[in-house]
Design a binder for this molecule. Sequence first.
Ligand code: HEM
Length: 336
Amino acid sequence: MESKTSILITCLIFATAFQLLLPVSEASGCGSTTTSDLKIGYYKDKCAKAESIVKSTVSYHVKNNPGLGAGLIRLFFHDCFVRGCDASVLLDPTPENNQTEKQAIPNFPSLRGFEVIDAAKAELEKECKGTVSCADIIALAARDATYLLGNISYEIPTGRLDGRVTNSTEALLNLPPPFFNLTELVASFARKGLSTAEMVALSGSHSIGRSHCSSFTSRLYPTIDPTMDPKFGASLRKLCPDPQNTTTDGVVPQDFVTPGKLDIQYYKNVESLTALFFSDWSLLTSTETRNQVETYTKEPEKFNQDFINAMVKMGNIEVLTGSPGEVRGPTCRFVN
Ligand code: HEM
């Protein structure tokens, strides 16, 4: 096991090598990062209603607009992959910093669900001021959305603190784009401590929500990519005109068969070449990942369990449990 000293040395070398101006812990995500500090029911004695407040807020919003549930699950992924699960993705631009994660290409204008987090935070501040971190709200909201859209229920450890730094370049460098091939996807998840199998399980999230046309029109024009079913490609062309001839960027469901259900239909779509992204198709390009895709098409229970494990593991990425972390308030949009 890597000792704390060796982690610190690695961090120091990293920061020095790149001559970063920020303190080491802030620059490299090398603060207190012991995942063992997280625990299930962390707020039980600090704010007994914390989890139920998040749940009822998410439930209210997702029932009105199921797309927000998809947004919340993606928000969790986009938070955890950039500086760890520290709610850095929620920070608004300020006069001092106009280059935030939420303004970066992978997040703007597609990322959604921010108003649900705002609503939950407002309720939580009324109930127990300054107690529940925004990073934990994201993790709990994603968990609750998973239940509402997939009937998949699990507990998730809490006790994360919120970060104070947000940087748009880091979002661009850490979030995998839809044109990545399998080797690139595997490397992107491995950098966050997630395995290839966990990447395949988490990709099941593409059975819900939407995509902007711009995320996949390179597969439709000038010719339909042979890695896509030609009929599917032709129907997508009707929904998404050639970007050469239009300035509007429409949206389409990720999964045309069961669009509002978090389920194994995604894997069936991947197999039948009717998933939207090149990255989705890439899961067919190794025996290992192709077999896993096939297994999930037949074993929904296995998918559910693997998805749960991978979501919990993703929630442990580089979490802050000490300095320089804080419980942000009264809003999740600005540091204290
Ligand atoms: C494997 C690499 C991944 C790539 C390349 C990728 C890429 C994308 C892209 C391009 C979109 C559409 C954005 C838009 O144009 O509106 C999207 C949507 C989505 N992604 Fe991923 N994603 C990946 C993994 C994940 C993971 C790990 C999760 C969650 C665990 C996730 C959850 C979602 C959800 C729920 C949506 C729909 C969002 C909405 O409707 O607002 N994705 N993804």
